[in-house]
Design a protein around this ligand. Structure first.
Ligand code: FES
Length: 160
């Protein structure tokens, strides 16, 4: 076996260190690229949907609207949705799609319930929770914001 001289050992050490530094640089650069891409994915703008002006929905009535909104997992949820101006002045909105088999629910002023015409499912208009009937999940609730003019916007949906 041939012995290496000290200058050739130094040279190969230098080359090894250079290679390690290049690999570390590539790793850091890749991590930065991946993070900036991932950050873009996570900061997807939530859709903001103007629904109506609250003056047009008197207390104790409801307004059905369509569109699509994003849930907390950025999954698109399509309407119809139902906005309810409760007797106590609160404004609530939910997906109007029944969680049993997907029929469209409606708000009943008579019973103060969200009712499904297909199999009699009933939901609480304040929480979306199932009150009776076959559905076993609440209606997804729409996150709302109201501006100083009374315009009501949907800014997302909370699903379970
Ligand atoms: S689809 Fe609504 S109760 Fe069955």
């Amino acid at each position: 076996m041939r012995n290496k001289n000290p200058s050739s050992i130094k040279k190969s050490r230098r080359n090894a260190i250079k290679s390690i530094l290049i690999l570390a640089g590539v790793a850091v650069f890749s991590a930065l690229i991946f993070n900036s891409f991932f950050a873009k994915e996570r900061s997807v703008e939530l859709k903001k949907l103007r629904i109506t002006n609250i003056k047009d929905v008197p207390k104790g009535t409801a307004y059905t609207f369509n569109g699509s909104l994003l849930d907390q997992n950025l999954k698109e949820i399509s309407g119809p949705f139902i906005l309810i101006h409760l007797h106590n002045g609160e404004i609530k909105a939910f997906s109007a799609v029944c969680t049993h088999l997907g029929c469209t629910t409606k708000y009943s002023q008579d019973t103060n319930m969200i009712e499904c015409p297909c199999h009699g499912g009933r939901f609480n208009p304040q929480t979306g929770a199932v009150v009776s009937g076959p559905p076993n999940k609440p209606l997804p609730e729409v996150n709302l914001t109201v501006d100083s003019n009374g315009d009501v916007y949907a800014i997302g949906v909370r699903t379970q």
